[in-house]
Write a protein that binds this ligand. Structure first.
Ligand code: ZN
Length: 139
């Protein structure tokens, strides 16, 4: 069995944004040489997500508005977590609902995604470097 590990680092200039990362993940799959296997992609931070959905900008605006309605950043005093001196209580909640990781099958050396499925990094407390892990296993 082959395995391949890669770390991507994102420094997102905004507090919240959604970044399309399918090309970087496919690049890691190609580097691995794996033809048949599995690819795990996960955020290594508790205020950002990795998820799969449509690469459509209107939907991304809908996500951001919906998440901000569910867990508004302001007023920061509304979150118990922020009593620690942090201001990212909302970002922890946004991360939870958007998920930590995805697992995608690799078939004939390619990510075996559905027609409209794409992989995204969801940042909810940006403006600092944060890591995503890619782990590929197979043969
Ligand atoms: Zn925090």
């Amino acid at each position: 069995m082959k395995s391949h590990t890669k770390y991507l680092t994102f420094t997102v200039p905004k507090r919240m944004d959604l970044i399309h990362i399918t090309p970087q993940v496919q690049e890691a799959v190609s580097e691995s040489g794996v033809q048949e296997g599995l690819c795990l992609v996960n955020s290594m931070h508790i205020t950002s997500s990795v998820f799969i959905n449509d690469n459509e900008s209107g939907l991304h605006e809908d996500y951001k508005r919906w998440l901000e309605e569910l867990a508004p950043h302001e007023p920061t005093s509304q979150y118990h977590h922020n009593r620690t001196g942090e201001d990212n209580g909302d970002a922890h909640l946004k991360r939870q609902i958007m998920g930590r990781e995805v697992v995608v099958a690799i078939t004939k050396g390619r990510l075996d995604l559905g027609t409209w499925e794409r992989i995204f990094y969801g940042e909810f407390d940006g403006r600092r470097p944060k890591r995503v892990l890619i782990k590929i296993i197979g043969e």
